[in-house]
Design a protein around this ligand. Structure first.
Ligand code: NAD
Length: 472
C-alpha cells in the first residue's frame, strides 16, 4: 500500500478528531461514531478465459446507527481495506449532513476495469453480489450499494439481477441497489446527480456576497474559471452542468493520458465525444497539452475540481495550488497535511462530504421510489397541469388579456420525475450548506468548512445514538 493510500483513512480520522474536540459529546460516544462497525474482506475465484483468478474485494459498513447502510462500489486496482474504510466512514457523515437516513458503507473490488472484457466484469460483479448476499451484506433494509469509481448503472443492473435470482419474489428487491438504469427501476437524474450537486453546492457557496468578500472572490458563479481532474461520471457532469447552467469557463482538464489547457474554455460535451473517438483528450482542437499530467494542480483559476481519486492534492503539491476554491468532487482528494498548507494560503475548501453528496441524495430518492413502487410525478402531474391551466384561464378572463401559448405551456406544466429529483437535490444542497455555514460562522475555533461539516454531522449522529438509548 502506498503512503498516499494509507494516509487517506488517517486523514479522515484526523479531520474527525479536529472537529470532535470542538464538540461536547462524551468520549465513548465519539469513539463509537468514529469506529468502523463491520469489515468484510473476501477472496473469490472467477474463471477468466482458461484461467482462474482470485479476486480480492471488500464491503465495509461503517455505521449502523441508521439502516440500511449505504455507499458505492469501487472497481480499481488500487482498492485496499483502508481505502474502503475511509470511504465508508465518509458516507456516514455525508448521509447525516444531507439528512439522508442511512448509515455509511462502501464496497471495493480490486480490479483494473481496463484489463477485463464486459463479460468478464459481469462475472466478477455477479460473483461479488453473491458473496454479499451470502453474508447478509446487501438488501433493501440492510445495505444498499450504488456506483462509485469504475462502476455505473450497468454493474448495478447485474447486482440487482443477481440479488433477485437469490431472493425470488421479494417485493422490495429493486431497492437493494441504487444507480440502476431507468428501465431497471432506476430514477431519472441519478447518473448526473453527483456532478449536478457539485454545481448546486458551489453556486450556493458563491451566492453570499459577504462570504465572497471575506474569501477575496467576486460573488456569483457566472464567469468563474474551473479546472477539472478526472473526466468520468462526476467530473464530466460537474463541468458540463457548470458551463450550461452556471456560465462557468472550464480552462483545463486532466485525465490519465495527460492534461490540456485552453484560455478560451473547453466544451466538455465535445471533449467527451472526442475522447470516445480518439481514446484520449490530447490533441482536442483549440487546446495545448501541459508538460506534466500533474500540472493541472498549479493552473491559476477560481475553482479547482479534483474529481478522480483521493490524496491527489498532498504535501508535495499543495504549495503549487493557485486556485481560490478547491471543490472536492472526489472523496478525500485533499490530504490532511495538504489542507494545513492550503488553509494558511487562504484557499477555501468545499469539503467532499457536502459537495459530492448529490449522488447519495438522489440514490435515496431512488430507494424511496423503489419502496413505493411508483414513479415520481405519476400521480399528480396531470392534476397539477389542469389546476394551473384553470388559474391561467381565470387570469385571462379577469384581465381580458391573452397569454401566449408558449408562456402558457411553461406556466401550466406539471412536474416530471426529473424535475422533482432536481428540485429535491437543489433543496438538499442549499439546506446542507446553510447548516455548515451556520456552524462555521457561529462557533469559535472553527477555521474551515470541513470542520464545520464534520461538527454538523457528528452532532446529528450523536443525537441519534442518544435518543436510541444505546448510551443511556
Ligand atoms: P469514474 O470512474 O466515472 O471517473 C473517474 C475518472 O478519473 C476516470 O475517467 C479516470 O480515468 C480518471 N482518473 C483516474 N486517475 C486519474 C489521474 N491520476 N489523473 C487524471 N484523471 C484520472 O469515477 P466517478 O464515479 O466519477 O468518481 C470519481 C470520484 O468521485 C471518486 O472519488 C468517487 O468516490 C467520487 N464520488 C462518486 C460518486 C458517484 O456518484 N459516482 C458520488 C460521490 C463521490
Amino acid at each position: 500500500m502506498s503512503d498516499k493510500q494509507a494516509s487517506f483513512y488517517k486523514s479522515v480520522e484526523r479531520n474527525f478528531d479536529k472537529a470532535a474536540q470542538l464538540t461536547s459529546h462524551p468520549k465513548g460516544l465519539l469513539a463509537q461514531i468514529k469506529a468502523c462497525n463491520a469489515i468484510y474482506q473476501m477472496n473469490f475465484p472467477v474463471k477468466i478465459g482458461k484461467n482462474y483468478e482470485v479476486i480480492e474485494a471488500y464491503r465495509v459498513q461503517h455505521s449502523q446507527h441508521r439502516l440500511p447502510t449505504k455507499g458505492g462500489i469501487r472497481f480499481s486496482h488500487l482498492v485496499n481495506q483502508e481505502e474502503v474504510m475511509a470511504l465508508a466512514t465518509l458516507m456516514t457523515y455525508k448521509c447525516a449532513l444531507v439528512d439522508v437516513p442511512f448509515g455509511g458503507a462502501k464496497g471495493g473490488v480490486k480490479v483494473s476495469t481496463r484489463e477485463y472484457t464486459a463479460e468478464q466484469l459481469e462475472k466478477i460483479t455477479r460473483r461479488y453480489a453473491v458473496e454479499l448476499v451470502r453474508k447478509n451484506f446487501i438488501g433493501p433494509g440492510i445495505d444498499v450499494p450504488a456506483p462509485d469509481y469504475g462502476t455505473g448503472s450497468r454493474e448495478m443492473a447485474w447486482i440487482l439481477d443477481t440479488y433477485q435470482q437469490l431472493n425470488n419474489g421479494e417485493l422490495d428487491s429493486a431497492a437493494c441497489v441504487t444507480g440502476k438504469p431507468v428501465n431497471q427501476n432506476g430514477i431519472r437524474g441519478r447518473t448526473e446527480a453527483t456532478g449536478r450537486g457539485v454545481f448546486y453546492g458551489l453556486r450556493e457557496m458563491l451566492s453570499n456576497e459577504a462570504d465572497c468578500k471575506e474569501w477575496g472572490i467576486s460573488p456569483g458563479i457566472a464567469g468563474k474559471t474551473m479546472v477539472i481532474q478526472g473526466l468520468g461520471n462526476v467530473g464530466s457532469y460537474t463541468g458540463s452542468i457548470s458551463i450550461e447552467e452556471g456560465d462557468v469557463k472550464v480552462i483545463c482538464v486532466s485525465e490519465i493520458e495527460g492534461s490540456i489547457y485552453s484560455e478560451k474554455g473547453i466544451d466538455i460535451k465535445k471533449l467527451l465525444k472526442y475522447r470516445k473517438q480518439k481514446g484520449s483528450i490530447i490533441g482536442f482542437p483549440g487546446t495545448k497539452r501541459l508538460k506534466e499530467r500533474g500540472d493541472w494542480v498549479s493552473v491559476e483559476c477560481d475553482i479547482l475540481v479534483p474529481a478522480a481519486l483521493e490524496s491527489q492534492i498532498n504535501k508535495s503539491n499543495a504549495k503549487k495550488v493557485k486556485a481560490k476554491i478547491i471543490a472536492e468532487a472526489a472523496n478525500g482528494p485533499v490530504t490532511a497535511d495538504a489542507e494545513k498548507i492550503l488553509l494558511k494560503k487562504g484557499v477555501i475548501i468545499a469539503p467532499d462530504m457536502f459537495l459530492n453528496a448529490g449522488g447519495v441524495t438522489v440514490s435515496y430518492f431512488e430507494w424511496l421510489k423503489n419502496l413505493s413502487h411508483v414513479r415520481y410525478g405519476r400521480i399528480e402531474k396531470r392534476f397539477d397541469q389542469n389546476a394551473y391551466t384553470n388559474i391561467v384561464n381565470l387570469v385571462e378572463d379577469l384581465t381580458g388579456k391573452t397569454i401566449s401559448d408558449k408562456r402558457k405551456s411553461f406556466i401550466t406544466r406539471g412536474a416530471d420525475e426529473v424535475d422533482l429529483v432536481r428540485s429535491g437535490l437543489e433543496e438538499t444542497m442549499i439546506t446542507a450548506y446553510g447548516s455548515i455555514r451556520d456552524v462555521y460562522k457561529r462557533k469559535k475555533k472553527v477555521e474551515d468548512l470541513r470542520t464545520a461539516a464534520f461538527i454538523t454531522a457528528i452532532d446529528k449522529i450523536a443525537n441519534d445514538y442518544l435518543t436510541m438509548g444505546v448510551f443511556p
